[in-house]
Design a protein. Structure first.
Length: 366
């Protein structure tokens, strides 16, 4: 690979060298204050990327008041991951061309390319047509125009603040160098690790995977297979037990009137979409099997898919009817909905069981 972005390469190389070179001197000045300082700045920087750059600006998963936008735009300066405009442009390009040569950080070019090497190789051919909404946002454009002085001043102030209650070296090392490296590598691991190791829970045809361990370090971004399947959803972790503080932050902000129009995928629509994707994938794999096996499995797949579609459609219909009735009629429809939900869940479990068998027999994941 030929290095094209020498400025970025030198910057990344120097701060990694700095982390290693200063480590023997940083260990003696480590303290709980230094750890808290590191952790707080890490959370501010990382969360500003996930809440702002990713789910707000890149995917328009919700809307936000100007004061909320300023908070994430300023907080993102702790991440040192370029402006929201450029970050979102690259990320939209990634989603539009995922796993192809046009994907800026395609996993098909290798783990380490997707993780970090793409930064030194990628030449951004900026096209305003991909981010017309951001081009009209004065806050985003201000941050983009003055990004370099803003990021320098912000981080200098953070280090200065740290010097008030700890050794200057500790403030610089833990509150800047180590924090910046941690935030950046966690972001990069989404592009590499979360396209390599994990479960393809929602979209088997994609390289993106769900990795609960990475969700712990990336504020919920580890549920990456779901994200690529339903990128407009403001949630990445959709289950109650999923660790997704980015989702919680956006939701709490909505209750405070700072965010609005939180976009979600209806659970019935979500599962119908998954069934359709699995159906097409299995039918495609069956085209390479002998006729007898293909015929038997095609019948099985089409039967279960049709059954699930009918049950889910009936459930959706009854739920719509439920909104416009009252009294005794409402109670009757509630009973019908309850029965349909039981059938819906059973039909989904039948589908899951079939796809697990098909996965073992036909290797559905690529």
């Amino acid at each position: 690979m030929k290095i094209k972005n020498w400025e970025i390469f030198i910057f990344v190389l120097l701060y990694h060298i700095g982390i290693l070179a200063l480590l023997p001197f940083a260990i003696p000045v480590f303290s709980w204050s230094a750890f808290i300082f590191f952790f707080v700045t890490y959370v501010i920087g990382g969360m500003s990327i996930t809440v702002g750059y990713h789910r707000l600006y890149s995917h328009k998963a919700y809307t936000a008041k100007p004061v909320f936008e300023w908070l994430v735009l300023i907080g993102s300066l702790m991440a040192f991951e370029m402006s929201a405009l450029k970050w979102s442009f690259d990320h939209r390009l990634h989603h539009n061309h995922v796993d192809t040569d046009e994907d800026p950080y395609s996993i098909n070019k290798g783990f380490w390319y997707a993780h970090i090497l793409w930064l030194f190789d990628y030449v951004r051919e900026f096209d305003a047509k991909l981010v017309p909404d951001l081009m009209k946002n004065p806050r985003v454009m201000f941050q983009d125009k003055y990004y370099i002085p803003l990021v320098i001043v912000a981080n200098a102030l953070v280090v200065w603040f740290g010097c008030l209650f700890m050794e200057p070296l500790a403030a610089f090392y833990y509150g800047f160098l180590l924090r910046m490296a941690m935030v950046q590598h966690c972001t990069w691991f989404i592009n590499s690790l979360c396209h390599t190791i994990g479960a393809k829970t929602y979209a088997r045809e994609l390289s993106a995977v769900d990795n609960a361990a990475m969700a712990l370090f990336t504020f919920g971004e580890g549920y990456h297979n779901y994200h690529h399947a339903f990128a407009a959803d403001y949630r990445n972790g959709i289950r109650w037990y999923h660790f997704d503080p980015t989702k919680w932050t956006i939701w709490i902000a909505s209750k405070l009137g700072m965010t609005d129009k939180l976009r979600t995928v209806n659970s019935i629509i979500l599962l119908k979409s998954l069934v359709q994707k699995d159906r097409l994938l299995i039918i495609d794999r069956l085209s390479h099997e002998v006729e007898e096996i293909a015929t038997e499995w095609t019948h099985k797949v089409e039967t279960l898919a049709t059954q699930f579609d009918e049950v889910s459609s009936n459930l959706s219909k009854k739920l719509r009817e439920l909104k416009g009735v009252s009294g005794a009629q409402k109670m009757n429809i509630k009973k019908e909905v309850k029965a349909l939900r039981i059938n819906f869940n059973k039909s989904w479990q039948d589908w899951i069981q079939m796809t697990r068998i098909a996965d073992k027999q036909f290797e559905l994941e690529h």
